[in-house]
Design a binder for this molecule. Structure first.
Ligand code: PLP
Length: 416
């Protein structure tokens, strides 16, 4: 016998399980629309050109410190560039250096093991110190939110995020649920842009009302920012909701879990940051003690985040020239995704596939909730070797000129 024989069974993580099934399939026509990673029009991963350039620069610099420990907080220059990208402090520097500096002082940042680590660290800090009554999770959401908040032992409740009739964000349901049931000190998970899995986002007007609601009720917003710049090609636009609440409702305190997996294509390097935005009225000693608490948690868990990927991001964001190239690479990715949305839509319209497919081009980011039922998803995988999540979430970047017609025909086949 083993002392582990009583362990409860844990289901496999769906995106990684679907990815494994795809890899094992020997059919040459197979298509992977499961996992959320960028693919080129040849179906290959894409190390960003700007990342390769930065890697070369770092390799040639051959700095003797390059494998040293980072500080527990992480790399200070990386963190300041990362925070700037989220909050746009640089935009205020023109009018007043002091104004920009005051804003920087309101944000406490720590390097994390990518976006997942940032979500996890933020959840742990809030659970231990703020003791939220519950966390409001959008239904549906990135499935890992459930695991993360489970591990933090915070009770979970759901708000209805998606309206399957209009195939759009369910603003009324969200607003009604939070305004009726959420209490002060509850946390609400908000996808800052390109909601995973639906690709449906609030409008700016809706964001304003949600932000105001959080302010009035004392709800703690927790932004998950995994697709900044990747969604629209414009890093500023994709951070609009966060910047609005930070600048216009400057007493609301909130968290941002920032990932560089998608927008730098650094998935396996685990680059990210957690930013805690403080009220403009916060006493001055709060930020150093908050940072000390975050560092304490990180030290006990894994001492510090890895440095390799953060060096790359720091090199790119810190150089005017490389930053420009990064924006070009972002455009390359977001435009290809947009083209594929239109291509899939056009093919389905051409086939006269029953149903309304406008949501494919209305939704944004890496994913679309295509609108297949669970049994239609099983059928498309069995009959056509096309892999996607059982919810019907598809990763658009798995589409390309070679397979989009095949995928459209398969969708047509299973919905008829
Ligand atoms: N949050 C959301 C909504 C995501 O979709 C992802 C990745 O798929 C992440 C966070 C975190 O990813 P990572 O840990 O690779 O940064």
């Amino acid at each position: 016998d083993s002392m582990f024989s009583t362990l409860s069974e844990v289901p496999p993580d769906e995106p990684f399980a679907v990815n494994g099934a795809y890899k094992r399939d020997s059919n040459p026509q197979k298509v992977n629309l499961g996992i959320g990673v960028y693919r080129t029009s040849d179906g290959n991963p894409w190390p960003l050109r700007v990342v390769e350039e930065a890697e070369k620069e770092l390799f040639e610099a051959s700095d003797v410190n390059r494998h040293e420990y980072l500080a527990i907080q992480g790399d200070a220059d990386f963190l300041s560039l990362a925070a700037d990208l989220v909050f746009g402090f640089g935009d205020y520097e023109g009018s007043s250096r002091q104004v920009a500096e005051n804003m920087r002082q309101r944000v406490v940042s720590i390097q994390t093991v990518s976006g997942t680590g940032a979500n996890r660290l933020g959840a742990e800090l809030l659970a231990r110190n703020i003791r939220p009554g519950c966390v409001w999770i959008p239904n549906p959401t990135w499935a890992n939110h459930y695991t993360i908040w489970d591990l933090a032992a915070v009770p979970k409740k759901e708000y209805p995020y998606y309206d399957s009739t209009s195939k759009a964000f369910d603003f009324n349901g969200t607003f009604r649920t939070l305004s009726t049931y959420a209490k002060a000190n509850d946390v609400v998970i908000l996808h800052a842009c390109a909601h995973n899995p639906t690709g449906a986002d609030p409008s700016q007007e809706q964001w304003k009302m949600l932000a105001q609601l959080c302010k009035e009720k004392g709800i703690i917003p927790f932004f998950d920012l995994a697709y900044q710049g990747f969604a629209s090609g414009d890093a500023k636009k994709d951070a609009w909701a966060i910047r609005h609440i930070f600048h216009d409702l400057n007493q609301v305190e909130f968290c941002v879990a920032q990932s560089f997996s998608k927008n730098f294509g650094l998935y396996g390097q685990r680059v990210g940051a957690l930013h805690m935005a403080l009220s403009a009225n916060a006493p001055t000693n709060v930020s150093s003690n908050l940072l000390a608490n975050l560092c304490h948690l990180v030290r006990g868990e894994y001492s510090m985040a890895p440095r390799g990927g953060a060096e790359i991001v720091k090199t790119v964001l810190g150089s005017k020239d490389l930053r420009k190239k990064w924006l070009e690479d972002l455009t390359t990715m977001s435009e290809r995704i947009l083209q594929m949305r239109h291509a899939l839509f056009d093919e389905l319209v051409k086939l006269g596939t029953p149903g309304d497919w406008n949501h494919i081009t209305n939704q944004i980011g890496m994913f679309t909730y295509i609108g297949l039922t669970e049994s239609q998803v099983s059928a498309i995988t069995e009959r056509h070797h096309i892999y996607m999540l059982s919810s019907g979430r598809i990763s658009i970047s798995g589409l390309n000129e070679t397979n989009v017609q095949y995928v459209a025909k398969a969708i047509d086949d299973v919905v008829r």
